[in-house]
Write a protein that binds this ligand. Structure first.
Ligand SMILES: [Fe+2]
Ligand SMILES: [Fe+2]
Length: 303
């Protein structure tokens, strides 16, 4: 007997068949059936496997059949049963004295939930929701919260500087105030995520930023915008480090969160601030800065 099938494991057990048979397709012979049987005895929680016909060799329409190895004891059997009118077959491995076929059961939740790693914690200080969330990831999120707060604080200092009566670059003040708010929102988004995963938020200290931003050669507007560009690039570096922590800890959910909520926005922010730096370099320190400031002030106004 020789059959070609594509192998699909329906059971979510970590003892996936793909670990045992790292092939997309197999040629099944009696030897393979014996291996299935041994595996079923060794891992009794695997109660069902799906095999779909690859076609070819005249096997596109397999007929119903069941299969038992002659050497099996009475207490164990392997059965191949055609599931429906399609080309799909289901193989059931059963052990024990009950030789009745397990019809359609590939997942036994009440048995599965007895596993230790699914146990619900009792201690009141322990998160109930936490699952596959490592301490390193938790700490990395707290560090990123601190980065966002620090950048927010610097932007707030810039807002306060440009809003002074003797500086009076209102567009810059508005831009930095909004930027400060955005960074705080990023911190809050990370706080919410930390709680979602069952981690604990620990807020670290934030440093007091500069309060003067005048620069003899560049002027304050260009100097501040170059500082903003450096901060955005630094934030991006920190986000990429956080993403690498997610990768190394095999935490695809954390990686997806960083990718979808932060990385795209971050590179767009870098592009925007880089353009502002380029434009401020063109306009010089006098009237050009005022003109640029007016543009910032009215950016976002209804056309
Ligand atoms: Fe940010
Ligand atoms: Fe930012």
């Amino acid at each position: 007997m020789l059959l070609c099938f594509r192998l699909q494991t329906q059971h979510p057990s970590p003892l996936s068949l793909h670990h045992l048979f790292p092939y997309q397709s197999l040629v099944f012979s009696e030897t393979h059936f014996r291996v299935f049987h041994k595996m079923a005895l060794r891992f009794p929680q695997i109660s069902g496997l799906s095999l779909s016909n690859m076609g070819g060799n005249g096997l596109r329409k397999p007929k119903f059949f069941s299969f038992s190895l002659p050497s099996f004891s009475d207490s164990s059997s392997l059965r191949f049963i055609k599931r429906d009118g399609s080309n799909k077959l289901v193989v059931y491995a059963s052990s024990g004295t009950d030789s009745a076929p397990i019809t359609g059961v590939v997942f036994e939740p009440f048995e599965e939930v007895k596993k230790d790693f699914l146990a619900v914690p009792i201690a009141p200080q322990v998160s109930l929701a936490r699952q596959r969330y490592l301490d390193e990831s938790e700490a990395a999120i707290n560090e990123q919260i601190n980065v966002e707060y620090n950048v927010s604080y610097v932007y707030h200092a810039l807002y306060a500087y440009f809003d002074r009566d003797n500086i009076a670059l209102k567009g810059h003040a508005k831009f930095y105030k909004e930027s400060s708010g955005e960074e705080r929102e990023h911190a809050e988004k990370l706080i919410k995520y930390q709680n979602t995963r069952g981690g604990k938020v620990i807020l670290h200290s934030i440093l007091n930023p500069l309060s003067e931003f005048e620069h003899a050669e560049k002027g304050d507007a260009l100097y501040a915008m170059e500082l903003a560009l450096s901060l955005e690039k630094l934030t991006n570096e920190k986000l990429l480090s956080l993403h690498s922590v997610a990768d190394s800890n095999n935490d695809p959910q954390l990686a997806d969160f960083i990718e979808s909520e932060f990385l795209t926005e971050q590179v767009e922010a870098i592009k925007k601030v880089a353009e502002y730096v380029a434009q401020l370099r063109r306009v010089g320190k006098g009237h050009g800065v005022w003109h640029f400031d007016q543009r910032l002030l009215h950016e976002g106004d209804a056309a």
